[in-house]
Design a protein around this ligand. Structure first.
Ligand code: 8YV
Length: 306
């Protein structure tokens, strides 16, 4: 252990773990008492997905300068608390937008055309499949027109879809109509695609009312965070067919998937794999490493948050 210690709160992908070896990171998940005894030596923390830094951990690391997060969604880290302690935070934006957008489009086509259900039918010896819903030309609403939302919109334009969106702020210079609220957006589309950041500001933005506005012919695609959707309301809308279908990559309490969804053929379920390609995960690892290296070299970050 050196006097400029890097700690790692959770296991990271193998290539990143290998690249981190020269820094001899302390693996907090294997040494849970480390911060209580040596927290004053820690200058940087590596985090990922829902494994962030708790207020108690912040308090045990008075010299902490940076939280380097593997992933774009950083709701596991309290940015206000980090800022108040002078701690910089980085994430891995851009490099995963294409893959997340690809998966959103894949999920959308899957749930409208019943691809996964058709595959299950053929494997079980069946052949006759019910008619499904046309994809081309649908009206799609994107909730959260950030980098990922825009990548999704660009792809859907190729399917002659009418794209509208809702974001915290109207985005200038995009050819998509702005809806003033999630409810207004849901009222005017066939498919609602959730691409908003997670965290307190977006909790249950897709409420029971929004789902009702989407209606029995409407579909939901979520590649953002489970917390953005009122999950119990979504489950009952799907079970009672008050919503036509959903494609979900994220859930409120991962890895728990609401058991009611498992038997529904109008629901496509993925295990949070939107960024999970070799190319993207490699790029995310390289960007996380670049942030750590830059911080340890000159105290700045390549892709700071905020
Ligand atoms: C995960 C993601 O981080 O980037 C995000 O916000 O949700 C994903 O890319 C990834 O699965 C790493 O755990």
């Amino acid at each position: 252990m050196n006097a400029r210690t890097v700690v790692q709160v959770c296991p990271l992908q193998e290539s990143l773990e290998r690249a981190l070896e020269p820094y001899e990171p302390v693996r907090l998940f294997e040494h849970p008492d480390y911060l209580a005894t040596h927290g004053d030596q820690v200058v940087a923390v590596m985090t990922s997905s829902r494994h962030g830094v708790t207020p108690e951990q912040f308090a045990l690391m008075p010299r902490l300068g940076a939280v380097v997060h593997f992933g774009v969604g950083h709701e596991a880290i309290d940015l206000d608390l980090a800022r108040s302690r002078g701690v910089l935070v980085s994430n891995t934006p851009d490099v995963l937008s294409d893959c997340v957008a690809d998966l959103a489009v894949g999920g959308l086509i899957d749930v409208l055309r019943g691809l996964s259900a058709a595959d299950r039918l053929v494997r079980s010896g069946g052949w006759t499949f019910p008619l499904t819903t046309k994809v081309t030309g649908r009206r799609v609403g994107i909730l959260g027109l950030g980098r990922i939302g825009r990548a999704i919109a660009r792809r859907l334009t190729g399917f002659d879809m009418t794209i509208s969106y809702h974001s915290r702020h109207e985005v200038t210079g995009v050819p998509y109509a702005y809806a003033p609220s999630p409810l207004a957006l849901a009222r005017e589309v066939d498919v609602l695609v959730v691409a908003a950041a997670g965290g307190a500001g977006t909790r249950a933005l897709v409420s029971a009312e929004v789902l009702a506005a989407l209606g029995p012919q409407g579909y939901l695609v979520n590649v953002a965070r489970g917390s953005v959707v009122d999950e119990p309301a979504l489950v009952s809308a799907l079970v009672e067919r008050r919503l036509a279908g959903a494609a979900l990559d994220v859930y409120a309490d991962e890895p728990t998937v609401p058991p009611e969804l498992l038997g529904l053929d109008n629901v496509v379920l993925f295990p949070h794999i939107a960024s999970g390609t070799r190319e993207t995960r490699q790029a995310m690892g390289e960007l996380a490493l670049a942030n750590l290296t830059r911080f340890l070299t000159d105290g700045t970050l390549v892709t700071p948050v905020g």
